[in-house]
Design a protein around this ligand. Structure first.
Ligand code: SF4
Ligand code: SF4
Ligand code: SF4
Length: 205
């Protein structure tokens, strides 16, 4: 992960709270969308583990109060993720379309983006607190989009000959992935924690 990753969570608070008074802050979300669609075709979910402000918020702040339970398998299912994607994106698109051409359109669209940021942050914080810090990230629409756009790119490599099956990598994985499995892990957020935790240098990107 990057040196600035732990501090990015502050941006969520700035947009969610400051945006109530300055709706233009909501346009920061467009930067996030742009970064996601530029990065994910080459690096999969790298954005989630390194640059996402909400990911940083749950990983470094909410994790301190989280119950750290097991994330239910259904959260990773595309039967849940695809409807959640279309529901949230469709709702946001519908609201944006309904204000196009009206008075103060720029501000209204900014407020729609701020509202979306607040709603998704509240969901992420609730799941992060009562379940696991990254629970929301298993079915977040932007995580699903990155999975579909580049989930097989920039894969974690496991040197099976070095691995002693100590499972230290799995204990530190915020996405609770089966790290030593040689199958492609399309939901790996490339945070590098498993690489750092491995005592046998069996992992690399
Ligand atoms: S899954 Fe969503 S909230 Fe989580 S880090 Fe990725 S983009 Fe951010
Ligand atoms: S497998 Fe490793 S790099 Fe991927 S999310 Fe888990 S800890 Fe991070
Ligand atoms: S931490 Fe390294 S040695 Fe231990 S199970 Fe994971 S890959 Fe294997």
């Amino acid at each position: 992960m990057l040196k600035i990753t732990p501090y990015l969570g502050i941006l969520v608070l700035i947009v969610s709270i400051g945006g109530l008074w300055y709706p233009a802050l909501g346009y920061f979300m467009l930067l996030v969308f742009a970064a996601i669609f530029l990065i994910s075709p080459f690096r999969g979910r790298w954005f989630c583990g390194n640059l996402c402000p909400r990911g940083s918020l749950v990983d470094f702040w909410i994790s301190k109060i989280s119950r750290k339970e097991k994330i239910p398998a259904v959260f990773r299912s595309f039967w849940l993720r695809i409807p959640v994607f279309f529901l949230l994106m469709g709702f946001m698109g519908y609201r944006v379309m309904s204000v196009i051409g009206t008075l103060n359109m720029f501000e209204k669209i900014g407020m729609i983006l701020v509202t979306m940021c607040i709603v998704t942050t509240v969901i992420a914080v609730i799941f992060g607190t009562f379940l696991s810090p990254r629970a929301w990230c298993t079915f977040c629409p932007m995580g699903t989009a990155q999975n579909l756009l580049g989930g097989k790119k920039y894969q974690l490599q496991v040197k099976q000959e070095n691995c002693i099956s100590c499972k230290k990598c799995e204990k530190v994985c915020p996405m609770q992935l089966d790290v030593c499995n040689s199958e492609a892990m399309s939901d790996c957020i490339k945070c590098g924690r498993c690489v750092e935790a491995c005592p046998k240098d069996a992992l690399c990107f």
